[in-house]
Design a protein around this ligand. Sequence first.
Ligand code: MG
Length: 255
Amino acid sequence: MKQFVRFKKNGEGVYGQVTPEGVYRISGTPFDRPAPEEWVGQVDDLDLLPPVEPSKIVCIGLNYRDHAAETGATVPEEPVMFLKPLTTLIGPGDAIRMPPQSTRVDYEGELGIVIGREIFCPDPVDARRAIFGYVCSNDVTARDLQRKDGQWTRGKGFNTFCPVGPYLNSDVDLGDRGIETRLNGEVRQSSNFGEMVFDAEYLVHFVSQVMTLYPGDLIMTGTPSGIGPMSAGDVVEVEIEGFGVLKNRVVSAEA
Ligand code: MG
């Protein structure tokens, strides 16, 4: 497995590769597979950014049987797609801001797929090869507004509603590894990728028959059961086995 981070250096975002000795800067993006260059420090010493720069964030709803059951929905026959605007994207350690319009903002711990090459209407094998890697992500949702509006643009679209990171994990098999969401250290969601209705390769193939996917594009694959609300002052963590811990705090609208 290879792990990449993106961080701020002299005011601009650059990519690095994580090694046992620390982080080495790379030129360009991880998709070009560049060799590690200068050593820049340990991960904890860097000002981390989201490890992806997508042209779009595609999300899948109701992709775990247990989550569909808890929301009273039936498992869809085809993946249900929606988009989050790029202004939702934040990195590890950044604050999730509660919007004043909502009284219920939920965490949704999710696996994010990161695309490594341009595809549109590929065959299934090319769709699979287009997966560069995976990230921990949180599809933060204003649940009351999602229900009230009847579609999800507002409820899913507030600024800061898409924390992603800390690592972009590549050259790795997904398998049935575990995913866990913790609120203030307490486990709230605990599942594994064997519970998904549609797997990563199926989802990439499905989405890429609708829209061209570019390197860096992010597909969030749905959340397992255990969704619940967050309040200002909370700390939310999404951990995928071997892929790192995405940690963000929640702040009030006034903060
Ligand atoms: Mg979701």
